[in-house]
Design a protein around this ligand. Structure first.
Ligand code: COI
Length: 354
């Protein structure tokens, strides 16, 4: 495919209007986007075109029935100015798992990879340079049939937009254990990166914010006994020197950062347990001082230290961030691998030479 991407360059740029010192997360977009349509059972010719709004028929099916999926990944520039994308093939594979769950066509690897390569290259001047920033990449697909009946669409659009971004959480995170609302249940959509999971989180997350927390810890839908994830990130704990994280299931997202941290922990000789983690176990560890570290792991969130956990109206305070051995070490290592400053033993970096 590669050379068959049609490229229509923008004749103007809005880069001079960007305040690179105050990017925020996912608010600024570059001059171009990538798009390709799925029609008559086939992906059509992909294009890179000037960034534009969408014009949609009011009956477009994803607006009504949520047949839409997305991914999130990050790219950086190394000291030579080459572009380093972190594990894009893992995101591509996960996007296709999401696609299958919500009855959408899968995306060929070359469309996904060559599309993001071409887009990152054409807008390479937009990469932020400040520490802690990245080029956030948002691939997404949605159903396009204009019809009110509930059925899988015949037509789809896959797009990639990119956003120079700062941190998702700008401070250590306070969370509260959610025991009423449910993000996902067995047999549902929880492992898929689809809009419904995020819609389910909005009201409870808003209530959590009103009560002074940044996020929720979702628990299982049957008993509200076991920890699942945060919706914006997976959860990890260090208890008695062991890295403990909820095992994957059909209600938990298979996070790329989660997987990377588990691998790096094993490389460091840290023992790792992927298993059911009960709220009770975490509360006991908080009470008896064996909980040494807790953090969220996600592409947008990277490694987000948890500073406070509330359960049933009681706030538990965690050790100061500066004292956290594992999360600080792994965050630095992961960051250095992403920036090309540390060896990449697992071949996670996809380099794009300019
Ligand atoms: C990501 O981490 O890339 C996500 O898509 C999560 C979203 C809440 C920003």
């Amino acid at each position: 495919m590669g050379s068959s991407i049609i490229i229509e360059k923008s004749d103007k740029t809005s880069i001079s209007a960007v305040d690179y010192k105050n990017l925020g997360f996912g608010k600024v977009f570059t001059d171009h986007l990538f798009e390709v349509d799925y029609v008559n059972g086939q992906w059509q010719t992909p294009k890179i075109v000037p960034f534009h709004n969408l014009s949609l028929h009011p009956a477009t099916s994803f607006i009504h029935y949520g047949q839409t999926i997305f991914e999130g990944l990050k790219a950086f520039k190394d000291i030579n100015g080459d572009i380093l994308v972190f594990r894009p093939k893992t995101n591509w594979a996960r996007m296709n798992k999401s696609a299958e769950r919500v009855c959408m066509p899968t995306i060929p690897e070359e469309i996904f990879i060559q599309g993001l390569e071409a887009l990152l290259k054409i807008d390479e001047a937009w990469f932020p340079k400040e520490a802690g920033t990245s080029m956030y990449i948002r691939p997404f697909m949605f159903s396009m049939d204009a019809e009110i009946r509930v059925r899988p669409s015949d037509t789809y659009k896959f797009m990639i937009i990119i956003s120079p971004s700062g941190a998702y959480y700008s401070e250590p995170v306070k969370v509260t254990v959610e025991k009423h609302y449910v993000r996902a249940s067995n047999g549902g959509l929880g492992f898929a990166k689809t809009a419904a999971n995020y819609a389910a989180s909005l009201l409870p997350a808003k209530k959590a914010v009103e009560n002074g927390y940044h996020q929720l810890i979702w628990t299982d839908s049957k008993e509200h006994k076991y920890i699942e994830e945060a919706g914006t990130m997976n959860f990890m704990f260090v208890i008695n020197g062991k890295l403990i994280t909820p095992q994957l299931s059909d209600s938990i997202l298979d996070g790329v950062t989660r997987d990377s941290i588990i691998q790096l922990a094993k490389d460091m000789g840290v023992s790792v347990e992927e298993r059911k983690v009960s709220v009770e176990e975490v509360v006991d560890a908080l009470k008896n001082g064996t909980l040494q570290d807790a953090f969220g792991a996600g592409t947008a969130a990277t490694v987000s230290h948890i500073i406070q956990i509330a359960n049933e109206g009681v706030d538990y305070h965690l050790p100061p961030v500066a004292q956290r051995d594992f999360s600080n070490k792994v965050a630095d290592l992961l960051n250095n691998i992403k920036l090309g400053l540390a060896p990449d033993p697992h071949n996670w970096i996809h380099k794009i030479k300019l």
